[in-house]
Design a protein around this ligand. Structure first.
Ligand code: E4P
Length: 215
């Protein structure tokens, strides 16, 4: 499974990229609002750090507005993927953008039928928000499994981008199901790395190394 980081904080992106684990980046308006910089400036800096798909979201909600913004955003950098909300005009925009060769990430997917329509419209990625589904006591992972089965049944090539990931179990379960991508906060990437026995083992090695006679 490809690993994307879900943030607009370039320090976090630099840190994860330096570990060699990053395949791409997703952002959304809420994440960009937190860093207090313009959307374009942040995305252009991210594109200098990571050579992979970088999602930037349109703010318009009508077809003409989304197409105008999407065509503009797509010019920011060759790796930019335009994030489009899963609404009727959004699907219409995805269809047109696909015909123009502009990659899209259809966001705010909360059900299998929504995901089917996005794939039919020509989405490059579909973003099921599994954490937000868990938050309302439904099963977000069930949606990932449904999308995997449906896309495979019909040879739909839209990539499943498991989003709204909250913890390492989400990552492992989504990978076991066969999600193509998982996007997660920097904190979850660090959690993936951590194991108490690694820390205990390293401390013991270092303590024992101190007892080795110097040559
Ligand atoms: C994905 O592209 C979204 O930006 C993100 O995963 C949403 O996550 P949240 O539910 O933690 O805000």
């Amino acid at each position: 499974m490809k690993i994307f980081i879900d943030t607009a904080d370039v320090a976090e992106i630099r840190d994860a990229a330096a570990m060699g684990v990053l395949d791409g980046v997703t952002t959304n308006p809420s994440l960009v609002a937190k860093v207090g910089r313009s959307y374009r400036e942040v995305i252009e800096e991210i594109c200098e750090i990571v050579d992979g798909p970088i999602s930037a979201e349109v703010l318009a909600t009508d077809l003409a507005g989304m197409l105008k913004e999407a065509r503009d955003i797509a010019k920011w950098h060759r790796n930019v993927v335009v994030k489009i909300p899963l609404i009727a005009d959004g699907l219409k925009a995805v269809r047109v953008l696909a015909s123009e060769g502009i990659k899209t990430n259809v966001t705010l997917c909360f059900s299998a039928p929504q995901g089917m329509l996005a794939a039919k419209a020509g989405a490059t990625y579909i973003s099921p928000f599994l954490g937000r589904i868990d938050d309302i006591s439904w099963d977000g992972m069930e949606l990932i499994a449904q999308l995997r089965t449906i896309y495979d049944n019909y040879g739909l090539t839209t990539e499943i981008l498991a989003a709204s990931i909250r913890h390492p179990k989400h990552v492992v379960d989504a990978a076991m199901i066969g999600a193509d991508v998982g996007t997660m906060p920097h904190s979850v990437i660090l959690q993936l790395l951590k194991h108490p026995l690694t820390d205990i083992g390293l401390a013991k090695f270092l303590a024992d190394a101190a007892k080795i006679p110097k040559s």
